[in-house]
Design a protein around this ligand. Structure first.
Ligand SMILES: [Zn+2]
Ligand SMILES: [Zn+2]
Length: 309
């Protein structure tokens, strides 16, 4: 099974703390390595966790508040450097960067914020509206509008539905070992008991999905993104005791994040984007665990596996 996991590069909101860098996440998903909201400190977070910016396959930015994009200049310049140094014929592949289309001026400023020879091979992919934004490998990237103080899009990555071999049916058909691969590849195999076809031993397998919801109040778009996902990464800026503050700044509480996950049927929820007002983070997990049974509190440097089906 290929690795599918979230690497937390940072988990603070506006103000980084002693233990938390700005919001920043990398998602390893088979052949994809997708950066979400690279806040300040992203390069350092990559160095600590062993994530290679040279291997990034896409960057998704929800909105242009600094805690979601101040690390972008570093990512771009590192990418440029890595492309120059690459021994691969033709260098690195182009790097698509998705961001709200009406924030183009901020993107351009971040892109050209300091002196460097740009060899980054960025591919601008402004998001004009909700909907499918394209394919990342065999996976579909979708965006939905969130409810924050400026234009904000959340993202969802979807694997297409497929088929998988059923162990009981394989055993009943007497197919084992390398023959399984042959059967699945060519669609049939001849056994001493006769021909076995792939559809006799396979069952439909629903594709996995992941959603990134940040920054927002609870809203329809967040619910759409989170619907039945295997992994939901969700902002949890405040505790519910500060619900008024959350509403005022258009953010969510840990309880709301967990309620969203439950309502949407998300299997695992990772809470992040914590306000610096809270000295410890376990309080978010304690609050959210009353409303969802698989809650993980993001810690900088941690890796969170996408649960297997
Ligand atoms: Zn934020
Ligand atoms: Zn924001």
């Amino acid at each position: 099974m290929s690795a599918r996991e979230l690497i937390v590069l940072g988990s603070a909101s506006m103000a980084p703390t002693r233990h938390r860098a700005h919001n920043s996440y990398a998602l390893r998903w088979d052949d994809q390595l997708i950066f979400f909201d690279p806040g300040e400190g992203t390069q350092r977070g990559c160095a600590v966790t062993g994530v290679s910016i040279a291997k990034a396959t896409a960057v998704c930015i929800t909105h242009f508040h600094g805690d979601h994009c101040l690390g972008l200049p570093g990512v771009i310049q590192r990418r440029s450097h890595e492309n120059n140094a690459s021994e691969r014929p033709g260098g690195l592949d182009p790097l698509p960067v998705f961001y709200p289309a009406d924030g183009e001026e901020y993107f351009d400023r971040l892109h050209h914020s300091t002196i460097f020879d740009d060899d980054s091979k960025l591919e601008k992919r402004p998001v004009p509206a909700a909907g499918i934004q394209g394919q990342l490998g065999e996976f579909t990237l979708r965006a939905e509008v969130l409810e924050h103080r400026d234009t904000t899009f959340g993202y969802r990555l979807e694997e297409p539905d497929g088929w998988s071999a059923d162990a009981d049916r394989l055993a009943a058909a007497g197919v084992q070992g390398e023959d399984v691969g042959v059967l699945l590849d060519q669609g049939w195999i001849d056994t001493p008991n006769g021909r076995v076809t792939a559809d006799e031993v396979t069952v439909p397998k629903r594709g996995q999905s992941m959603a990134f919801v940040m920054d927002t109040m609870p809203c329809e778009g967040a619910l759409e993104l989170a619907r039945d996902v295997d992994l939901l990464v969700c902002e949890s800026t405040f505790l519910h005791a500060e619900l008024d503050l959350a509403r005022e700044h258009k953010h969510m509480t840990a309880r709301q994040a967990a309620e969203l996950a439950t309502e949407a049927g998300a299997r695992r929820v990772v809470l992040g984007h914590f306000s610096a007002r809270y000295p410890t983070s376990d309080v978010f997990g304690q609050e959210a665990s009353h409303f969802h049974d698989d809650v993980i509190v993001a810690e900088d440097g941690a890796t969170v596996p996408v649960p297997h089906r």
